[in-house]
Each structure stands twice: as structure tokens, then as C-alpha cells.
Design a protein around this ligand. Structure first.
Ligand SMILES: [Mn+2]
Length: 383
């Protein structure tokens, strides 16, 4: 049996205010070609199908079209909700959907009841653990002593192993889970799940099954041969500019896990970061290659330019984020106050202050105003 492991689609997410639905549909719809070309039997989506608990109508329709394409290409589909999803909404009509090959595993109380598919070697049990908020989950699981994410996931896996032990010998097993497993590396686009205790759980919690399809962290990563994050299909923050987004193709044979292959996904629009003065960025011919990229710009002009993002967007239509770093990003390395004023006259300190505030030396008028103020203060002290 060949399983395609993906997660964290976040359908409906925007990128610095830009709508990503068309890009999401292009990349996710492309998975249908992969299903067809590589003979995928089942696609597992380990949470965060949507970006919000109440997705927009357009997001739901996009998701529906993508899932229909996967089904038409010949795959069964198993979905569990992540921390961004509403489990009851994702699971709506699930009992009917299962008849069409779409298995929505959204109920905590039933997480030990797998989707069972068969291949020439016998049954494969696919268990979906919906994202578990520790506090409500421990009550639903009937384990009031369970503490934090580790406690509820340990109880969930105990139930799954108990179910598996009662199945026919040779049953292979896959678990979908949305969690932060120790050793995983986060990026800037995951929402913390730390409410309810320590968010990280040890990988050993998931021992005893053939493959664990993890969701939550947005960079693809391998924690152990059988324990992996697929990551999100698109970058959802500039911190992911260096990620190569991908999915895992997981092969199960008669003995369990037979191999895992990485398949890289197309990049609908690159991410880039540039630093410099606005006139240079607008003129440098070498930057033409960034005209089609999502751009994060750090401006180093001493004086903040007027309306900089609008001007940049005339050359770089996908410039979406702007910072002003007049010191070239060296903030923090500045002198301490006592050192900055040491050995300087009051007038020099004041001139510097004005220069720092306006980004330019004080004008003649400003100098004479300062002189006037200082001489007034001096006279007041004498009298
Ligand atoms: Mn996510």
C-alpha cells in the first residue's frame, strides 16, 4: 500500500494580506497528478486542513474541489483536524462521506476506531487522532489524571495499541497526529499549542505502530524513519523562505514500513528578503529577478521615505512587507546612554539628539533655537 502523507494545508490563509487560494489550489490540485502517476492508494492529511475554525465559503469550495480531484485520481482520503480546525465542522457529514472514500476522523471518543483498508498483504489500520486540547480531551478520554499534551496523547496511543492488539495478525498500522514532537523545528507560522501545559511530547509516545504521519510543524522533517512531519504545502511566513516544501510517499509491505520517499512540491511564488536604500532598490537592474517574488523589504534610508511600500510595489508588485532600519539593522549594538554623552557638551548632545530624531543634521534655524534655549537655561541657573 502506498500512502501520501501531507498536512497543514491551511486553506484560506492569506500571506501578508494577499489571498493565496489560487496558489493553494494549484499546488494541492497537483497532488492528484501524483496520486495517479505514483499509484497512491490513500492520502492522509494530519490536521490544519483549514486556516480557521470557520473557513470562508471560498476556502470550503477550494478544499472540496481538491478532495474531489484526489478521489477521481483513485485515492481514499483520511483527514484529522488540527489546532486551527473546528473538529465538528470538519467532521460534518463524515458518516456519509466515508461511503465515498473520504474518512473524517474527528471524534476523540472514537480515535481508537481505525479506517481499515486492504491490500494484497491484508489489512492496514489508519487511526486518526484529532488535535487534543489537554483539558477537554482528558475528560472525553475518561483519563482525568492525564496531564498536558503528553498525558492525553499517551492515553490516545494506549487505546490505539489496545485496539491494534485485538486485530488479525499482520495488520499494518498508520497513525495521524497533530502535535509538537520533541526534536522538531518550528517556523514562524505555527500557532502555539502551549496553552494547557508543555507543548512538546516525546516521540516514544507514538511507539508501536508502523508509521506516524505528523502535522503541526510547517517544515518537512524526519524525526525517525517512521516518525515524520510532511510540513505545509506552501510557505506561510518569510521564515520558511529556505524550506523545500514536500510530501512523503510511504510504502507499506507485508512486514510494515518498507520505505519512505520525499516528493518536492512546486513553488507557486518564491519568497525573498532585500535590504537597502529605496532609490537603490528601485534602480538596481540585478533586482529585476525579484519582480515576481513575495518580497520582505528592509529600508536603510536615514530618513524614512514617503509612501515607500506603494513606490516599491510599482517595481515589485509582490512586495508585501516593509521594515525601516535606518541603522542598517545594527539596533541593539548602540551605546549606552552614559557612554553616548560622556565628555560632550550639552549643545553637542542636543544636536545629536535632533539629528537622530529627524535623520539629518539640525538646520541653522534649529541650531540657533537650541543655542537660545541653552543660554536661557544658563542665565536662569546664575540668577
Ligand atoms: Mn499548522
Amino acid at each position: 500500500m502506498r500512502v501520501l502523507h501531507t498536512s497543514d494545508w491551511h486553506v484560506g490563509r492569506t500571506f501578508h494580506g494577499r489571498d493565496l487560494l489560487a496558489e493553494q489550489e494549484a499546488v494541492l490540485g497537483g497532488l492528484a497528478d501524483l496520486v495517479e502517476d505514483r499509484g497512491i492508494d490513500v492520502v492522509v492529511i494530519a490536521g490544519d486542513l483549514y486556516d480557521r475554525a470557520v473557513p470562508s465559503g471560498e476556502a470550503v469550495q477550494t478544499c472540496n474541489r481538491v478532495l474531489l480531484r484526489l478521489k477521481a485520481a483513485g485515492a481514499q482520503i483520511v483527514i484529522t483536524p488540527g489546532n486551527h480546525d473546528s473538529a465538528p465542522r470538519v467532521g460534518a457529514f463524515g458518516d456519509f462521506a466515508a461511503a465515498g472514500g473520504l474518512h473524517l476522523r474527528t471524534r476523540i471518543a472514537e480515535l481508537h476506531q481505525p479506517v481499515v483498508l486492504r491490500d494484497e498483504h491484508g489489512p492496514v489500520a489508519l487511526y486518526g487522532i484529532p488535535f487534543l486540547e489537554p483539558e477537554p480531551a482528558r475528560h472525553v478520554l475518561g483519563a482525568p489524571e492525564a496531564r498536558g499534551h503528553t498525558g492525553v496523547l499517551t492515553e490516545a496511543m494506549r487505546r490505539i495499541r489496545a485496539d491494534l492488539a485485538g486485530r488479525e495478525p499482520g495488520t499494518r498500522s498508520v497513525v495521524l497526529a497533530h502535535a509538537f514532537v520533541t526534536g522538531g523545528e518550528a517556523s514562524a507560522s505555527e500557532r502555539s499549542i502551549a496553552v494547557g501545559g508543555v507543548e512538546q511530547v516525546a516521540g516514544a509516545v507514538f511507539d508501536g505502530v508502523d508509521y506516524v504521519a505528523l502535522g503541526h510543524l510547517h517544515g518537512p522533517q524526519r524525526l525517525a524513519e517512521h516518525l515524520r512531519y510532511s510540513g505545509s504545502p506552501l510557505a506561510y511566513s518569510f521564515s520558511e523562505a529556505a524550506h523545500r516544501k514536500s510530501v512523503w510517499l510511504v510504502d507499506l509491505d507485508a512486514g510494515g514500513l518498507a520505505g519512505v520517499e520525499r516528493h518536492e512540491l512546486p513553488v507557486p511564488r518564491k519568497l525573498a528578503t532585500v535590504t537597502g536604500r529605496i532609490e537603490d532598490l528601485l534602480a538596481d537592474p540585478a533586482l529585476e529577478r525579484l519582480a515576481d517574488s513575495y518580497l520582505s523589504v528592509a529600508l536603510t534610508d536615514r530618513v524614512r521615505p514617503l509612501d515607500p511600500l506603494r513606490r516599491l510595489q510599482e517595481r515589485f508588485p509582490f512586495a508585501v512587507h516593509l521594515e525601516w532600519r535606518p541603522d542598517g539593522g545594527r539596533a541593539g549594538a548602540g551605546l549606552r546612554y552614559a557612554e553616548a554623552v560622556k565628555g560632550r557638551s550639552d549643545r553637542a548632545v542636543a544636536h545629536n539628539f535632533v539629528a537622530d530624531c529627524k535623520g539629518d543634521e539640525p538646520s541653522d534655524g534649529e541650531r540657533s533655537l537650541l543655542d537660545e534655549a541653552f543660554s536661557f537655561v544658563g542665565r536662569a541657573e546664575v540668577s
